[in-house]
Design a protein around this ligand. Structure first.
Ligand code: AMP
Length: 224
């Protein structure tokens, strides 16, 4: 099963992705997490990517596209994958489509989470990251996933926040890229929506990201 997920930062796309990943036992390929891992390890990709990430800009395609396409060729992706955060613009969508065709890989599901820009911004600023597991959802502004004091509500681990999540200008830039329907991330989503409309084997699922995590998960499971 090969799955693509779209949704603005703060829409809960990562949280829902983690649930789908568990259900189908898929590797969760998150472009942002791969960059953060590279930054943490001080690799060449990490050093190059950091300045763009800190500003809320996209890391250039010549770094990002090969990084993700190579990742999809690794052994753990043989039985499918859940791709999160890529493609982020139309060019990446075209290149992914070409790579899938070249590898004779079919896309099975595309998930698009809808969320108003202002709500998404507030959610981002409340987001906290568990040091033990990136997928433990914690948000100081969402009752259902409020941390336990200053600790992770799932495992009690220490919490941090991403510097690009606390910078309103960076958030605004990231959202301007997301909501751009001409060349940005929504253009990439629409690119695959068009493909799905012509191919009944591809399911294109639209979710309202405004309700709580459980409600969104229930809607997702009923549509999968
Ligand atoms: P995320 O964790 O998805 O919010 O990604 C964090 C940051 O990593 C983004 O703001 C971008 O700077 C960079 N990034 C993640 N995915 C991509 C991508 N597909 N193309 C370019 N830059 C990306």
């Amino acid at each position: 099963m090969n799955i693509l997920t779209f949704g603005p930062n703060g829409s809960g796309k990562g949280t829902q992705g983690a649930i789908v990943k568990e259900k189908y036992n898929l590797p969760h390929i998150e472009s942002g997490a791969i960059f953060r891992d590279n930054i943490g390890k001080g690799t060449e990709i990490g050093i190059k990517a950091k300045e763009y990430i800190d500003r809320g800009e996209l890391v250039p395609d010549e770094i990002t596209i090969p990084m993700i396409l190579d990742r999809l060729k690794q052994d753990d992706c043989k039985n499918g994958w859940l791709l999160d955060g890529f493609p982020r613009n139309k060019e990446q969508a075209i290149k992914l489509d070409e790579a899938l065709k070249a590898a004779s890989l079919d896309l099975d599901v595309v998930i698009e989470v809808l969320l108003d820009r202002e709500i998404a911004k507030n959610r981002i600023m409340g987001r906290r990251l568990c040091v033990n597991d990136n997928n433990h959802p914690n948000n100081i502004f969402i009752d259902a996933i409020k941390p336990d004091g200053d600790k992770c509500r799932v495992c009690g681990g220490d919490l941090t926040s991403r510097s690009d999540d606390q910078d309103e200008e960076a958030i605004s830039k990231r959202h301007s890229i997301y909501y751009d329907t001409e060349t940005g991330t929504m253009a990439a989503a629409y690119y695959f929506k068009d493909i799905a409309e012509k191919n009944e084997k591809i399911k294109y699922i639209i979710l309202d990201g405004a309700p709580g995590v459980k409600e969104v998960t229930a809607e997702l499971m009923s549509k999968l």
